[in-house]
Design a protein. Structure first.
Length: 530
């Protein structure tokens, strides 16, 4: 086999110190580096800022030949290549931003064995010509490894899906002797398995780092007068500090940035509809100057490595827990205290639900989008620890954190134990084959056509929940799903089914609390500023 024994090469620690200038590995880095350097496949889950790059850059220098790094973002590629070159590593990239003679020179260096690392966009890697070159290098034992960065782009259900990533499975068939390492910061347990399966990494060793960001304080407030709430939050907690404010629409980004400016906050706007030069100028001011607040759509942030972002604020609901985690993860990368703040209201949920309903996607795509939204809504509505909820979503268990709004100021709740039990029996009595909407109709005693058709006006749960309104029932069902007592079967029209976690509640051994709806505060201001 064309492999160089790792023992013959400089040690990983030596490279860490002498090439990268760090004194110690972080977390799982060393184990990953040794595993890949020895020729093993790896699937790495590490939060943003955790230090994924070294996990393939160091093995690239330990093994013979060139490491090929697949990366979907041109800007990220360029940053990494220039940083590597500054450190004296022979790195280059091939992507669509290059002139023909430039890429020809890179290809010559590749063939000539003069590159330690080659970064490529996935569509470029999959061209016949580059694959043929790699075939020849492979025969000569001169491909060190393949690294697939942002591996969640292979997931069809994620929001970063890139069709070309699906074809990367060809690497395992075509270059069986070359170790492969896939890395991502975004993956719940299902997505993780999807990545492993689609990239043919079923046997790869998994390295899952904790996703906890203990220095970030999570806070979610009920939207009342969002601009005033945001301004108070910035003035009271983060005067003169750098932060990011996320909004859903470009127009809202511009209006919010302008308004913050009028209030004396140094705010800049950023979204994909702005001229490239202005965007770049705003980004570089944000990175270089102190205390700038960037008001942006989610177009801003990927690959931004600014350690002292003290807060991330959301004026609109993110699309999913993954999105929320990734966006808020840009705060406090230096490890010092930071805040993730969000203002949300029930109308946001309604709006996003409508956007999904009206979107173009196939049914199956819509169900998953709805499930993602429901999980996020579970997070905003939970009365328990936010961090615990977030981490549970990524498959991690933990104690209540003491550093989120719910831990610091437990919300007022109402005892929904009895209602939750009725909801569960409502699901059971109708045969565990209907979605929340129909079960709620049955509980509330609504004589809809569907209720009549299925003779659900004759089941014992018909009308036993008439005293609670539709909205309260919806919140309750969402929480039952979010906390895992009910499962949603996406292959059967979002039918609800009972899980094992429902048993203690049904047996009377557990309680169920819900957040008390905030009283409507109708200040004059909140009605006029719209
Ligand atoms: P990710 O890709 O996981 O978001 P990066 O690889 O960009 O993270 O690393 C994030 C930051 O941490 C970078 O500035 C990097 O130089 C730094 N870093 C990574 N590993 C170490 C280490 N072992 N010691 C000190 N700094 C590190
Ligand atoms: Zn907490």
């Amino acid at each position: 086999l064309p492999m160089t024994p790792a023992a013959a090469s400089p040690s990983s620690l030596h490279i860490l110190e002498h090439v990268f200038g760090y004194t110690a590995f972080r977390g799982e880095q060393e184990a990953i580096v040794e595993h890949v350097a020895a020729g093993g496949d790896a699937l790495v889950l590490m939060p943003t800022g955790g230090g994924k790059s070294l996990c393939f850059q160091i093995p690239a220098l330990m093994r013979a030949g060139t490491a090929v790094v697949v990366s979907p973002l041109i800007a990220l590629m360029q940053d990494q290549v220039s940083a590597l070159r500054e450190a004296g590593v022979a790195a280059a990239y091939l992507n669509s931003s290059q002139a023909a003679d430039e890429s020809a020179a890179v290809e010559r260096d590749l063939v000539g064995g003069r590159l330690d690392l080659l970064y490529v966009a996935p569509e470029r890697l999959l061209t016949g010509r580059l694959l043929a070159t790699l075939d020849r290098l492979h025969e000569a034992g001169r491909i060190a490894l393949f690294a697939i960065d942002e591996a969640h782009c292979v997931s069809q259900w994620g929001h970063d899906f890139r069709p070309e990533y699906l074809q990367l499975s060809v690497l395992s068939e075509r270059f069986p002797a070359v170790p492969r390492i896939a890395l991502t910061a975004t993956a719940d347990p299902e997505t993780r398995e999807e990545i492993a399966q689609r990239l043919a990494l079923g046997d790869a060793r998994r390295f899952v780092s904790s996703f906890d960001r203990p220095n970030i304080r999570y806070r979610m407030v009920d939207k009342d007068n969002p601009r005033a709430q945001l301004l108070a939050f910035i003035r009271d907690d983060h005067a003169g500090e750098a932060g990011i404010v996320y909004c859903l629409s470009r127009r809202k980004v511009e209006e919010t940035a302008a308004w913050l400016g009028e209030q004396g906050i140094r705010a800049l706007a950023y979204h994909a509809g702005m001229a490239q030069e202005i965007r770049a100028a705003h980004q570089s001011r944000f990175l270089r100057e102190d205390g700038i607040v960037m008001v942006a759509t989610i177009a801003f942030g990927m690959g931004i490595d600014k350690p002292d972002v003290r807060f991330v604020a959301h004026l609109d609901l993110p699309r999913s827990i993954e999105g929320y985690y990734q966006e808020t993860g840009r705060a406090g990368r230096d490890g010092l205290a930071a805040q993730a703040w969000m203002a949300w209201g029930a109308q946001d949920i309604v709006q996003q639900r409508r956007m999904i309903d009206e979107s173009e996607g196939a049914d199956d795509f819509k169900w998953r989008a709805r499930a993602r939204l429901d999980a996020l809504v579970g997070l905003v509505e939970t009365t328990g620890c936010r961090r615990q909820f977030l981490l549970a979503h990524f498959g991690e268990e933990g104690e209540a954190c003491g550093n989120c709004d719910n831990c610091l100021e437990p919300p007022r709740t109402w005892d929904a134990t009895d209602a939750a039990r009725r909801a569960l029996s409502g699901v059971f009595r109708t045969g565990q084959r209907f979605g929340a909407g129909h079960v709620i109709d049955v509980l509330r005693g609504e004589l809809t056509d569907k209720v009549r058709d299925w003779k659900h006006d004759q089941v014992s749960t018909f009308g036993i929940g008439a005293e609670l309104d539709d909205k309260t029932w919806r919140t309750l069902f969402r929480q039952l799903v979010a906390r895992g007592l009910l499962a949603v079967d996406h292959d059967r029209h979002s039918a609800l089914t009972l899980t094992d976690l429902a048993r203690p509640l049904l047996r009377g051994e557990a309680e169920f609390a819900l957040r008390l709806a905030p009283e409507k505060r109708r200040s004059k201001r909140s009605r006029s500023t719209r």
